[in-house]
Design a protein around this ligand. Structure first.
Ligand SMILES: [Zn+2]
Length: 87
């Protein structure tokens, strides 16, 4: 299954352009979480459909959120994963 598609083909759009009220802010990690992988990586623009302008802002806000400990840098920092991998 090397070339398995990750998503069903669906029209991609920038969520921040579509919804002007959607805050792009480090204080909203619940929203930012949609744009990072479960391992804490920022999801590429071609996967999420976010426009260049908003992807740039998003990157900054995610990095800010990480510094404020609202998001994690890697899996090792995530409390959910730590619970699962108790030695
Ligand atoms: Zn946009």
């Amino acid at each position: 299954m090397a070339f398995r598609k990750k998503f069903a083909p669906r029209r991609k759009f920038c969520r921040f352009c579509a919804d002007k009220d959607l805050p792009l802010d480090y204080k909203r990690p619940d929203i930012l979480r949609d744009f990072i992988t479960e391992r804490g990586k920022i999801v590429a623009r071609r996967m999420t459909g976010t426009c260049a302008k908003h992807q740039r802002q998003l990157t900054t806000e995610i990095k800010r959120a990480r510094q404020m400990a609202l998001l994690f840098y890697t899996t090792a920092h995530s409390s959910d994963v730590k619970k699962k991998t108790t030695i």
